[in-house]
Design a protein around this ligand. Structure first.
Ligand SMILES: *Cc1c(COP(=O)(O)O)cnc(C)c1O
Length: 378
């Protein structure tokens, strides 16, 4: 099938910039005028405002979500000889950050409905070396935090939330990142709260963890050229802080738009033989991505491309089956739910500015393909 010109892009970052251009341009001009290009007042302001948004006292901004995870783990005292329990069905950064510290990622399977860590599987993976659980709030939906916190309390484990896809997601009224000991965010441009470059943050209730992350991000300095800790250059840029402050003011509206788009997809695809995303009770899913499951995912994706509709796959290969992580020692078949998800998930176009006609066009195209060969695509 020849590919048609793109009718519906998977994502449109330009549309969002156009919608807030005067505010962004003014913010960039402020940074140029102040010449505070690294950290500085805009970054400090963003830290205060994002902490308040998350309903938590401390926020330390860094230069990526991966850096946030790395420093949170280090601040928690995790290193060689320790084990951290996380999932294989995630962006690779969740697993890589554990390895950066010298600790061993111990992987457990996901719950197939929510795509997040299966709390029952955690318990079975705890050993005397386990120090922390690293749940990933995948796709914008929080993991089952009550069950996770219960296992953590029972075994005296720390909980570090990977909230890189879950800005503003809630669980029983509490914000992603604020339930565990530390929460880690990414502000990569495509995330729900995205910088115009790289960015990340650690949020926490614990002032001591925050102070350690603050030192570690800036060469372990407690004062200039005095290195109390072996740190890193993980500082956030001034431009990103200023841009994120502007975008944070719009985040609730953007989340509302994403949720409305998800509802519309749900409605239009209700009688389509695909598995639609499910929301866990008493939670707010922020639809970083809108992901369906299809039996013949690759053929569905190819047919949509031919129809001018871009989609994405998050993620086609689970971490334990990535060549670079073969030495973790898990083979094919180790995590059936993660492997099945990797084979069947497909993310449909989703961004706040997505026009209603585009959602209709996507839904119509999906239905057409699924109906054309129900047996193949269910
Ligand atoms: C994006 C992401 C990260 C890494 O964030 P970067 O800012 O790209 O370093 C980590 N975990 C998850 C689940 C992510 O989606």
């Amino acid at each position: 099938m020849p590919n048609s010109p793109v009718r519906v892009p998977y994502l449109d970052l330009k549309a969002q910039y156009q919608s807030i251009k005067p505010e962004i341009d003014a913010a960039i001009a402020r940074v140029l005028d102040s010449a505070q290009f690294v950290l500085g007042e805009e970054v400090a302001g963003f830290e205060r405002e994002f902490a308040s948004y998350c309903g938590i006292p401390e926020c330390v901004a860094v230069n990526s979500g991966t850096s946030a995870l790395h420093l949170a783990l280090l601040a928690a005292g995790i290193g060689a000889g320790d084990e951290v329990i996380t999932v294989p069905f995630t962006f690779i950064g969740s697993v890589a950050a554990v390895i950066y510290t010298g600790a061993k990622p111990v992987l457990v399977d996901i719950d197939p409905r929510s795509f997040t860590i299966d709390p029952m599987a955690i318990e079975a993976a705890v050993t005397s070396r386990t120090k922390a659980i690293l749940p990933v709030h995948l796709y914008g939906q929080m993991a089952d935090m009550d069950s996770i916190m219960a296992v953590a309390r029972k075994h005296k484990l720390l909980v570090i939330e990977d909230a890189a896809q879950a800005h503003g997601a809630r669980y029983k009224g509490r914000s992603a990142g604020s339930l565990g000991d530390m929460g880690c965010f990414s502000f990569y441009p495509t995330k729900n709260l995205g910088a115009y470059g790289e960015g990340g943050a650690v949020v926490t209730n614990n002032a001591e963890y925050a102070a350690t992350v603050r030192k570690l991000r800036d060469w372990g300095q407690d004062r200039k050229y005095h290195h109390a800790l072996r740190g890193f250059n993980y500082r956030m840029e001034g431009f990103q802080g200023a841009i994120l402050r502007v975008k944070l003011r719009h985040l609730e509206d953007w989340i509302a738009a994403r949720r409305a788009h998800a509802n519309k997809y749900n409605e239009l695809l209700a009688d389509c033989e695909l598995e639609l995303p499910s929301e866990i009770p008493q939670s707010r899913h922020v639809y970083h991505v809108y992901t369906v499951r299809a039996r013949n995912r690759d053929a569905l994706q190819a047919a949509l491309v031919a129809d001018g509709i871009q989609t994405a796959i998050h993620y086609a290969i689970a971490a334990h089956l990535q060549p670079a992580y073969a030495n973790l020692g898990y083979g094919k078949g180790a995590f059936p739910h993660s492997e099945a998800a990797a084979e069947h998930v497909l993310s449909l176009p989703m961004y706040p500015e997505l026009p209603p006609q585009a959602i209709e066009a996507v839904a119509m195209a999906v239905k057409k393909v699924v109906a054309r060969n129900a047996r193949t695509f269910v």
